[in-house]
Design a protein around this ligand. Structure first.
Ligand code: ADP
Ligand code: MG
Length: 645
């Protein structure tokens, strides 16, 4: 009997699988139909990837079974003859993809080829852009892989038998109304997928085309892929061509990364990249290393030319696969590389790890720790040499990955110096981006530190009054306008021997106090005015004091060393941190400014009070902090305006 059922939600699934077998027809869950609709209608530009997806599923299934046969006693006795078989029937326009992998039982079929509860699929739906080319690339990244077959087939039958079990199951669906599942027969464990090509798919009922696609996407899958089809051959005796059923291996099926570099072409590397990453673009560059000695391992790392779309998501997909002696172990181990290098794709293949290495073991495994440390050093030093020798390429890299490198400053203390050399900065002195080494080489005689400003967007920072004195003294200031800059760079005190200083901190002006300018000449005369301003502003400020860093502006705000900037405080509050103390900044005023000089001579307390607030408010505005009391601000402005007219 066929049991008709819809693809259920994860919660419904549990109930369904275990209690409710007699349930009759159910419609597809709306989300499932939606997804299938999208796949079928918006991804037409690249339908050929269906084959890559199905073969990669077979390869995963073979990897899983191989791993079990090597590590688990119950599986050791099972026959394992790993292969993927494509069988084309041109006449009926069908294709089967069969593997001898781990297989699926009834429960697996229902949950793996049925639910949409998987986070990958949800992410996929959220990321669709409507651009067919880009979206088809997403399929691989987010693992809605199996469903992509509905681009080319109007009916799919899956017959699968799980390794170690006797019963096989058939899953059938038209991708529209749900799926049926029933007991079936299969002589050995594994999975067979039968596609009935639709109009769009007919073009793939062609052996030459299939071979091209397998070579393009799946050449380096570690298992042999065979194609069985009716080959036209010339019959000399009868003087005519005839069709002979032939089986040929299509892919090279070798762990390419284990071959010597000298045997590999650029194309080999690019192909492997595409097959392991699901990216359809060439990588930006790659680093292939074979280590021998205390530890034997091979690493092949790629940097994608575009940052992966999930780079800034907590649930990012790990891009490095772990192999032990060419056997695939896992592709979701976050321990393989530090988090800031999560954009790196590739392979680590170790000779020294045990095959049954578990996630728990990985975390404190000495072998893996050494491989990881060496891999990070390798990646960073290769990047450094690219920065030195291929500057344009390096800028392409920086355009995508400057920010993750900055994250590295935060966590990877051992490589701080290297990272500081790799990161690029906006600056008041150059167009585009600059390196710290270049900033250092531009330092003026007597310049004590490298300066930077944080706490807002680029245009806000570039017009900050805090920059005035540096401009006047012709000193370079780095513009750190990335959200994470303040957090990251507040922990960096030095670049080599040179101090690294934020100019919005109160103490940064110590550097500027070279003798004569240390104190304004009229320091004594200023005191009564400063006291008045302070009395007016009361609790809103920590202090009011004369500034040595202003040239054209009358006032500015600075924060204490250990305090986050005003912008940062706003951000933390917006992120829900309630216990941030109200900002209490220091107001600095410019003793040489006309307004301040006039105030010195002014005896009208009302005017001085208005001026106090206006100097304070404008300094806050320039810091990107919104006005506290716009109504009071406007009233004051109008009073001053009417006096001046
Ligand atoms: P992904 O491969 O990213 O997990 P897919 O949609 O391609 O997503 O496949 C869904 C799941 O179905 C797989 O994770 C796997 O558990 C199962 N599956 C698909 N094809 C096979 C197969 N040939 N053998 C065994 N399991 C398979
Ligand atoms: Mg898949």
């Amino acid at each position: 009997m066929l049991i008709q059922q819809a693809i259920p939600t994860a919660a419904a699934l549990h109930q369904f699988c275990f209690y409710n077998w007699s349930m009759s027809k159910r419609e597809f869950q709306t989300e499932v139909s939606q997804l299938l609709q999208l796949i079928v209608h918006s991804l037409y530009s690249h339908p050929e990837i269906f084959l890559r997806e199905l073969i990669s599923n077979s390869s995963d299934a073979l990897d899983k079974l191989r791993h079990l046969t090597l590590t688990e006693d119950v599986y050791k006795a099972l026959p394992f003859n790993p292969r993927v078989d494509l069988e084309l029937n041109e006449k009926d326009s069908t294709l089967t993809i069969a593997d001898t992998g781990i297989g699926m039982n009834e429960e697996d079929l229902v949950s793996h080829l049925g639910t949409i509860a998987r986070s990958g699929t949800k992410n996929f739906l959220a990321q669709l852009s409507g651009d067919a080319k880009r979206d088809s690339n997403l399929i691989g990244q987010f693992g809605v892989g199996f469903y992509s077959a509905f681009m080319v087939a109007d009916r799919i039958e899956v017959v699968s038998r799980k390794a170690g079990e006797d019963q096989a199951w058939r899953w059938v669906s038209d991708g529209k109304s749900g799926f049926d599942i029933e007991p079936a027969e299969r002589p050995v464990a594994g999975t067979t997928i039968l596609l009935h090509f639709n109009e769009e798919g007919k073009q793939y009922a062609n052996s030459w085309r299939l071979q091209q696609i397998v070579k393009k996407y799946s050449n380096h899958i570690a298992f042999p892929i065979f194609l069985t089809y009716d080959k036209s051959e010339w019959n000399e005796a009868e003087k005519k061509s005839e069709k002979i059923c032939t089986t040929e291996q299509v892919n090279v099926a070798s762990a390419l990364w284990r071959r010597p570099k000298s045997e590999l072409t650029e194309e080999d590397y690019k192909e492997l990249y595409k097959s392991i990453s699901g990216d359809s673009q060439d990588p930006l560059f790659w680093f292939h290393t074979k280590a021998e000695g205390t530890l034997d391992y091979t690493t092949l790392f790629y940097v994608p030319s575009k940052a992966p779309l999930d780079l800034y998501q907590a649930e990012y997909k790990v891009g490095v696969k772990l192999y032990v002696k060419r056997v695939f172990i896992m592709d979701d181990a976050r321990e393989l590389l530090p988090q800031y290098l999560r954009f790196v794709r590739g392979i680590i293949d170790s000779e020294d790890l045990p095959l049954n290495v578990s996630r728990e073991i990985l975390q404190q495994n000495r072998v893996l720790t050494s491989i990881r440390t060496a891999s990070v050093k390798k990646i960073l030093s290769e990047l450094k040499s690219i920065a030195a020798n291929q500057q344009e390429k390096y800028l392409e890299f920086i355009a995508q990955y400057n920010r993750p490198l900055k994250e590295g400053l935060y966590g990877d203390f051992a490589n701080r110096e290297l990272l500081l050399d790799l990161i690029r900065f906006k600056s008041t002195k150059v167009e585009g981006l600059t390196s710290l080494a270049d900033v250092k080489s531009r330092m003026k005689e007597g310049q004590k530190s490298i300066y930077y400003i944080t706490g807002g967007g680029e245009s806000l920072l570039r017009t900050s009054p805090l920059l005035e004195i540096y401009r006047k003294k012709d000193l370079e200031v780095l513009i750190l306008d990335d959200e994470i800059d303040e957090i990251v760079f507040s922990g960096i005190d030095k670049y080599g021997e040179i101090d690294f200083k934020a100019i919005n901190k109160a103490s940064a002006s110590d550097d500027l106090n070279d003798g004569a300018e240390a104190k304004p000449d009229n320091a004594e005369a200023l005191k009564p005015l400063l006291d008045k301003l302070k009395a007016t502003l009361g609790d809103h400020v920590k202090d009011v004091r004369p500034s040595v860093r202003l040239a054209d502006s009358p006032s500015c705000i600075v924060s204490e060393e250990e305090e986050p900037s005003l912008q940062m405080q706003q951000m933390l509050r917006a992120m829900g941190q309630k216990d941030i103390p109200a900002p209490k900044p220091t107001l600095e005023i410019n003793p040489d400014h006309e307004i301040v000089r006039k105030l010195l001579a002014c005896s009208d307390d009302a005017i001085t009070q208005d001026a106090a607030w206006m100097l304070f408010d404008q300094a806050l505005l320039m810091e990107g902090v919104p006005l506290r009391e716009p109504a009071a601000f406007v009233q004051r402005l109008n009073r001053v305006l009417s006096l001046s007219i």
